[in-house]
Design a protein around this ligand. Structure first.
Ligand code: FFO
Ligand code: ATP
Length: 171
């Protein structure tokens, strides 16, 4: 079984070299599936993330005006809140992601969880900050991830904090 650090390195490279048209095709198919799903239709407030250039391209959802869209904001002690998405009130963190200037925390009813690799049953490797596992520890709403085909692995080592996402959207 591959160690998490090894998986991170390998997946970052695979994402950065992912063929442009295959990426576009998979992105569109996955978002189409999501938009007709019950979990999308039943959610009022959806947490998306501000993607780095190589991450899953969620731009289409950020601009969805039929839902309240919130995005992650990291705080000291590896804590995280979600704040309203306002494209005119963002700043760039040292990690390279955009976050809201606002500190007003909103609890979403659906969280789209970012990451680098997943198993079919929702176990995940992220960037190693533990932000999502900490948040999900006392979150009772829905969770889902969008996954390109090569990001699915047969097994991932687990620690006691790992919380699987409840829905995987893939091609
Ligand atoms: N687009 C996007 N936003 C996201 C996440 C994500 O995966 N994708 N996150 C998912 O969790 C959170 C940020 N995750 C982070 C994970 C690790 C480190 C980290 O290791 N930082 C180093 C210094 C920065 C560096 O590595 O260059 C450190 O704190 O020492 C920071 C943020 C919230 N926002
Ligand atoms: N609920 C929690 N309480 C305390 N520590 C936690 C919790 N969740 C995760 N951690 C710690 O955070 C660190 C990172 O966890 P892990 O390697 O699973 O990150 P990840 O899932 O890749 O990152 P992320 O959740 O940010 O996407 C680990 O040291 C882990 O023990």
């Amino acid at each position: 079984m591959k160690k998490k650090a090894q998986i991170r390195k390998k997946m970052k490279l695979a994402l950065k070299t992912f063929d442009f048209s295959d990426r576009q095709r998979q992105t569109q198919a996955i978002i189409d599936q999501f938009l007709i799903s019950d979990i999308y239709q039943q959610a009022q407030t959806i947490a998306i993330f501000m993607p780095m250039s190589f991450e899953f391209d969620v731009t289409r959802l950020l601009n969805d005006t039929s839902k309240r869209i919130v995005i992650p904001k990291t705080l000291p002690q590896r804590k995280m809140i979600f704040t309203d998405y306002d494209e005119d009130a963002l700043f760039l963190t040292p990690f390279g992601v955009r976050e809201s200037k606002s500190d007003f925390a909103v609890i979403p009813d659906l969280i789209i969880v970012p990451g680098l690799a997943w198993t079919e049953d929702g176990y995940r490797v992220g960037y190693g900050g533990g932000y999502y596992d900490r948040y999900l520890a006392d979150f009772t709403g829905q969770t889902a991830s969008f996954v390109y085909d090569f990001q699915i692995l047969p097994t991932i080592e687990r620690n006691k904090f790992d919380i699987p996402v409840r829905h995987i959207f893939k091609v």
